[in-house]
Design a protein around this ligand. Structure first.
Ligand SMILES: [Ca+2]
Ligand SMILES: [Ca+2]
Length: 153
């Protein structure tokens, strides 16, 4: 028997094994739900998920979705770093997230495209990184960004 009923009534008239999987209670306000436990861990409420209490430019819900960065610490935010001397990209990551690296030759809306070999990258907390092969480098200026999402989306 498998059920998502809440509450679940189960007759225990004989020895039985019961396995329970608990799902986190999620916030209800738009645009993306985040676990209430995560908000509470940072002293926030359901009503503050659309805010940025640390003024780092990322909403609380964005901090959760992208990499679980600290929504109360302005130095903790989702961003892509470029290494020196080679094209090393790195970004903070968290378990349960998937990342895509996108590129463009000019920063324009809609001009971004996925880098085929750098899509659906599983998180390797606390940081993910990729290295652009030297053989694939050109003299053309290119911009990169990283997009994070929950793995089950
Ligand atoms: Ca923030
Ligand atoms: Ca932050």
């Amino acid at each position: 028997m498998e059920s998502s009923a809440n509450p679940l009534n189960l007759s225990m008239d004989a020895p039985k094994w019961v396995t329970a999987r608990f799902a986190a209670t999620m916030s209800t306000s738009a645009p993306a739900p985040v676990p209430i436990w995560w908000l509470a861990k940072h002293g926030l409420t359901n009503f503050e998920q659309d805010a940025s209490v640390d003024s780092d430019g990322q909403f609380n819900w964005e901090e959760y979705i992208a990499a679980g960065t600290d929504p109360t610490n302005p130095a903790s935010f989702f961003h892509t770093r470029v290494g020196q001397g080679s094209l090393l990209l790195s970004w903070p990551s968290a378990t349960g997230r998937v990342y895509d690296v996108q590129q463009t030759l000019a920063v324009e809306p809609g001009a971004w495209s996925a880098v085929p070999t750098w899509t659906n990258l599983s998180a390797t907390p606390p940081m993910n990184s990729v290295v652009h092969p030297t053989s694939a480098m050109t003299n053309a200026a290119r911009f990169y960004r990283t997009v994070g999402r929950m793995a089950d989306d």
